[in-house]
Design a protein around this ligand. Structure first.
Ligand code: ATP
Length: 323
């Protein structure tokens, strides 16, 4: 996939359905779109380019996605740069965010179902890591369901992802406080293990509805992360198997070198049984979703607040707000 620069090519090949918004992030708006030649429905992420740096970042996202052809990872179809916006055409992942699906009243959440989701997440991460890509933004909002009823998921948003070269020391200063690994907070070297920490946090939340490092504000959350202290004391964990707890325990380790790799996760006894009937039988009790619902509602709010703050900053920079 090459980035097309001819301004007419986008509208001649695709029709972006601006009224069919799928989601909105810090960087872009995602809408449904139709490939004119085939009538295939895809997704278009439009990112407004304000600084040369923005273009570099989207070029990086495209470059990373080019290397990642796998059923558990969002597939890139086409890419455009019209000077003002960069547009990424990707496959449509129609089932919505995993956590939104899981809290639906119709959905029965069991440990076994969590296992099926965690296995797929680890498969996606494992493929990424074998291609020497680190995602660096693993969080529930970036795990989407393929369809409205099935149990397949895909990882999305490679906006912060980067190629990993063990010979080069890379440090980063971004991410979402609740999910970010201690080495990021401490501005130490990042490795594929950085994603595995976040996988551990996601698993902890999926099983209990509790966010293990959440503080009253970002500074407190980050401080909790660097201490890497957490426990299974809450009653939500009473129902959870020892294998699931062992899985989390081997990911939420401060020393990145001691964490399970994605491959280790797939070989861990908890995930290995993901398809066996026996496992389904002994852990089929429905888990309470009360706390998970609270978690999802809080994240929705946070997203809305962040969007308002971003708008304010934008307003301030063009001189219309900020007083
Ligand atoms: P963030 O602020 O999380 O970094 P972003 O600006 O990089 O976001 P994405 O995370 O790629 O943007 O997309 C924003 C939202 O749009 C996602 O959380 C998801 O709900 C939706 N979305 C993105 N890509 C697709 C897709 N291919 N199919 C369906 N929905 C999508």
């Amino acid at each position: 996939i090459v980035i097309r620069k001819d301004p007419k090519s986008l509208s001649s090949l695709y029709h972006i359905m601006e009224d069919k918004e799928l989601g909105r992030g810090k960087f872009g708006t995602v809408c449904k779109c139709k490939e004119k030649a085939t009538s295939r429905i895809l997704a278009a992420k439009t990112i407004n380019i304000k600084r040369p740096q923005d273009r570099k970042e989207v070029e990086n996202e495209i470059d990373v996605m080019r290397h990642l052809q796998h059923p558990r990872l969002l597939q890139l179809y086409d890419a455009f740069d019209d000077g003002t916006n960069m547009i990424l055409i990707t496959e449509l992942v129609a089932g919505g965010e995993l956590f939104e699906r899981v809290i639906d009243d119709e959905f029965i959440l069991t440990e076994n179902v969590c296992k099926i989701f965690m296995r797929q997440i680890c498969e996606g991460v494992e493929f990424m890591h074998t291609k020497s890509v680190i995602h660096l933004d693993m969080k529930p909002e970036n795990i989407l369901c393929v369809t409205q009823s099935g149990n397949r998921v895909k990882l999305i948003d490679f906006g912060l992802a980067r190629h990993y070269d063990p010979a080069v020391e890379v440090k980063v200063m971004f991410g979402t406080p609740e999910f970010v690994a201690p080495e990021v907070v401490n501005f130490e070297r990042i490795t594929p293990a950085t994603d595995m920490w976040s996988v551990g946090v996601i698993c902890y939340i999926l099983l209990s509805g509790l966010s293990p490092f959440m503080g009253d504000n970002d500074a407190e959350t980050l401080s909790n992360v660097t201490q890497a202290e957490w426990d299974f004391n809450d009653e939500s964990f009473d129902e959870i198997s020892a294998d699931a707890k062992d899985f989390i325990t081997k990911l939420l380790i401060k020393d990145p070198a001691k964490r399970m790799t994605a491959k280790d996760c797939l070989n861990h006894k908890w995930l290995k049984q993901a398809k066996t009937v026996a496992a389904a039988k002994d852990s089929n009790k429905a888990l309470s979703k009360v706390k998970l619902k609270r978690f999802v509602i809080r994240r929705r709010w946070q997203k809305a607040v962040n969007a308002i703050l971003a708008l304010r900053r934008m307003g301030a920079s063009i001189g219309v707000a900020g007083k």
